[in-house]
Design a protein around this ligand. Structure first.
Ligand SMILES: NC(=O)c1ccc[n+]([C@@H]2O[C@H](COP(=O)([O-])OP(=O)(O)OC[C@H]3O[C@@H](n4cnc5c(N)ncnc54)[C@H](OP(=O)(O)O)[C@@H]3O)[C@@H](O)[C@H]2O)c1
Length: 298
């Protein structure tokens, strides 16, 4: 795991610009409102317009609507991610923090407009693209940080190297675990490239009383809600580290935190060889899906 020599990170309270994927619900939404209360500018990404409007109304009640922008986008689509990035780059010169929360478990295997498995595209690939494409704006910040909210520290599941799109033996849990492990490797690969001073933090919040379960079957929905009532942490508790990390990013290029505990870099799910292998496969996949450049003269 890469660490950079200790340097001073800006911790003085200055208003920041924070981009949150999945900023309309759950932990992303709570982080957005918390940062707005602290005077930051927030760009919240989500697919649901009704949730987006509700967030804007809440920001209005905080007299912060002028500092919030809701960008509606289906982040499972690569073109949509690129559109959002272009929009942010058009309006902002600097991004101080990128918080990655967008996810939605899918009970059945389905494919995105790019022909990719949905969970892979939304939970992993959109995070890869947002981090990569927003890197120049992050590098323009004095103390930039990416916080990838997923499941680091968990060793369950695996990357199906021969079937990344899970065409065989799909299950919702298998897809979630594969994308979770892919996000672990994403953090390692991003920090290894170490271009600029972005601090990458992988954060596992633990079972939290958030998570939109409206698309799950009624039995599973009820079970999760009952379990959450007795065993899950309040959203406000789970987001506390996220909010603090935005103010004081670690000096290390990569930090992994599993429910308050540091994760050792030797954990098998953080293997550097696997990380560069997945990064290479991801770049190939992105290149295959990039819009074709018309031949000269057309
Ligand atoms: N909750 C837990 O117990 C728990 C435990 C461990 C790890 N985590 C991880 O923590 C992260 C946040 O979880 P959460 O519980 O806060 O989730 P959540 O409440 O379900 O919120 C998910 C967010 O993702 C957005 N989203 C879903 N599909 C999208 C799409 N196609 N395009 C754009 N945005 C989309 C949703 O917005 P729209 O509805 O507007 O699209 C929402 O803002 C996830 O990565 C999750 O895996 C959660």
């Amino acid at each position: 795991m890469t660490t950079r020599p200790p340097t001073e990170r800006t911790t003085a309270r200055q208003p920041k610009t924070v981009v949150i994927s999945g900023g309309t619900d759950g932990m992303g939404r709570a982080t957005a409102l918390d940062r707005l209360r602290r005077g930051d500018t927030v760009v919240a990404l989500g697919s649901n317009e009704v949730k987006g409007r509700a967030l804007v109304e809440d920001a209005d009640r905080l007299a912060a609507a002028g500092r919030l922008r809701f960008l509606q986008a289906d982040l499972s689509s690569m073109a949509e991610v690129e559109r959002v990035v272009a929009d942010i780059a058009h309006r902002h010169k600097v991004v101080d923090a990128l918080v990655l929360c967008a996810n939605r478990p899918s009970p059945r295997r389905r494919e995105t407009v790019d022909g990719l498995e949905y969970t892979f595209a939304l939970y992993y690939l959109s995070r890869y693209l947002l981090g990569d494409r927003l890197r120049p704006l992050l590098n323009a910040s004095a103390a930039p940080v990416i916080i990838n909210v997923a499941g680091v520290g968990n060793t369950a599941g695996e990357i199906r190297w021969d079937d990344l799109q899970l065409r065989r033996r799909y299950s919702m849990v298998r897809a979630q675990l594969q994308a979770g492990r892919a996000n672990d490797l994403l953090g390692v690969a991003f920090a290894e490239r170490a271009a600029g001073n972005v601090s990458y933090v992988m954060y596992h919040p633990g079972f939290t009383r958030s998570g939109d379960v409206s698309h799950l079957n009624p039995a599973l929905r009820t079970t999760i809600r009952l379990l959450a009532r007795v065993a899950a942490r309040p959203v406000e508790t789970s987001i506390r580290p996220i909010v603090e990390l935005i103010d004081s990013p670690p000096r290390a290029a990569l930090t992994a935190i599993d429910r308050g505990r540091p994760v050792h870099p030797s954990l098998k799910t953080l293997d550097a060889g696997d990380a560069s292998r997945l990064a290479r496969l991801t770049e190939e996949l992105i290149a295959r899906h990039a819009p074709e450049t018309p031949p000269h003269g057309q």
